[in-house]
Ligand binder design. Structure first.
Ligand SMILES: [Zn+2]
Length: 424
């Protein structure tokens, strides 16, 4: 195995140094900085506290819309959505009128850092909680060469051909975790620890799920327990000699009123009332197959003008609505938020921190909230994320970090190029 002195690997215009020690990048799904603020100083996350004290920590900008897929793709390619093309979980194909799910690897533009390193001879591991991310994270990753890519959702059905590993449940000695459980995330980390012990891969990407953060606010005991469990596993990764890099795909905000009722703007209903049914199409790009914990409601939606109404009229109808932070035409949205124009809607609508936007009230099933307050994400308010390294930065990257607000998609760059690995 080549280590240390191997040449750098170029991925999408950035040159990444070959890791001398294993590098484990963890995406804490929904890991709003508020959780760390709640627990820091309280003794329940000692490993994260040590990373912050001895390594590096800053609040970075995530990709907007602050959803799971766009941000994971940004992190794994080291590029903004304008480059990698994944700007939501859904976009509207205007030729067919169909909402297209954006989880296919063929929709991801450019290479992943993992596949390029694997191609250069590194041993890489990609583990995600929900299987919807797995295929894009594993794009062009050759799992026949000791590389591994699987999800805890389908840990029980891994095959060598598809995942590069079998018998994951036996390896961990754990049952298949439930879809709506904190164990689904902890399983990802336990598997990462196990593979680090056994195979000592060069690069690990471990992507969790935000079920806990959707359900529990930072002050709730379940959130504390989850972060304690995460912290123990981060400590173990570091103990095994990995450089640990922690970030998040997005934050999370409480979007219910004092009585616990969700603050929702039913945008399709409003537009239909003004322009008539069928003239505009509101797409909620947070939608996925598992929505019980957020009812497919987020802080960012897209409006396509499919009839006679012009984007300008739609913008005028939305501007000034209580709870709307910004309403942008396509060009402005792409420029401000670095989004791919060919997958962008005519109008982009972003809610304020305490509000979310839905399509038609009749289309959203909120029964899954089961009396919980609605906590969700998607807007600019949820795009601030932690960016923590377990080891200090070198001089060059200290300067870089001080010069501008970091993007979360620079996490591999900082972990591989910016740390003092092997130089001390
Ligand atoms: Zn997420």
């Amino acid at each position: 195995m080549r280590r240390g002195d191997s040449p750098a690997v170029d991925v999408n215009g950035t040159s990444y140094r070959w890791p001398k020690a294993p590098v484990a990048v963890v995406c804490i799904d929904g890991g709003d900085p508020a959780y760390l603020r709640q627990f820091l100083g309280g003794g329940c996350i000692p490993n994260i506290e040590r990373f912050i004290r001895q390594g590096f920590s800053v609040i970075a900008d995530g990709t907007v819309p602050s959803f799971t897929c766009p941000n994971n793709m940004s992190i794994i390619t080291g590029t903004p959505a304008s480059r990698h093309g994944i700007s939501g979980n859904f976009y509207l194909d205007t030729r067919t009128g169909e909402a297209v799910v954006m989880t296919g690897p063929e929709l991801l533009r450019g290479d992943t850092i993992l596949s390029r390193f694997a191609g250069a001879g590194a041993k890489v591991v990609s583990i995600t909680a929900k299987d919807k991310l797995r295929r894009q994270l594993g794009k062009d990753l050759d799992v026949s060469k000791g590389n591994v890519s699987f999800s805890s959702e389908f840990a029980g059905r891994c095959t060598l051909e598809e995942n590069g590993i079998t018998d994951v449940l036996e390896l961990l000695g754990m049952p298949q975790p439930g879809m709506y459980s904190m164990e689904l995330s902890l399983f990802v980390l336990d598997a990462g620890v196990k593979l680090l012990e056994r195979n000592r891969p060069d690069l690990l990407y471990l992507s969790l799920t935000d079920w806990v953060q959707h359900k529990y606010a930072p002050h709730e005991p379940q959130a504390r327990r989850f972060y304690q469990e995460l912290d123990r596993r981060f400590g173990r990764l570091a103990e095994l000699g990995a450089i640990v890099a922690l970030t998040a795909d997005h934050g999370m905000n409480d979007k219910s009123d004092a009585a616990g009722k969700p603050n929702v703007i039913w945008l399709q209903d409003i537009l239909d009332a003004q322009f008539g049914k069928g003239d505009t199409r509101v797409i909620c790009p947070i939608t996925d197959a598992f929505v019980a914990h957020h009812g497919a409601l987020g802080g960012f939606v897209r409006v396509w003008c499919t009839g006679k109404t012009a984007p300008k009229q739609v913008i005028e109808a939305i501007r000034g609505l209580d709870g709307i932070e910004s309403v942008l035409d396509k060009e402005t949205a792409c420029r401000l938020h670095d989004l791919p124009a060919d997958r962008e809607a005519d109008v982009v609508v972003i809610a304020t921190a305490q509000v979310c936007v839905g399509a038609s009230e009749a289309e959203h099933d909120l029964s899954g909230l089961e009396g919980h307050r609605l906590r969700t994400h998607g807007g600019v308010s949820e795009a601030k994320v932690p960016f923590i390294l377990s080891v200090p930065l070198n001089d060059e990257y200290r300067l870089k970090a001080g010069a501008a607000t970091l993007k979360s998609y620079q996490v591999f760059d900082f972990a591989l190029n910016g740390t003092l690995q092997g130089e001390a």
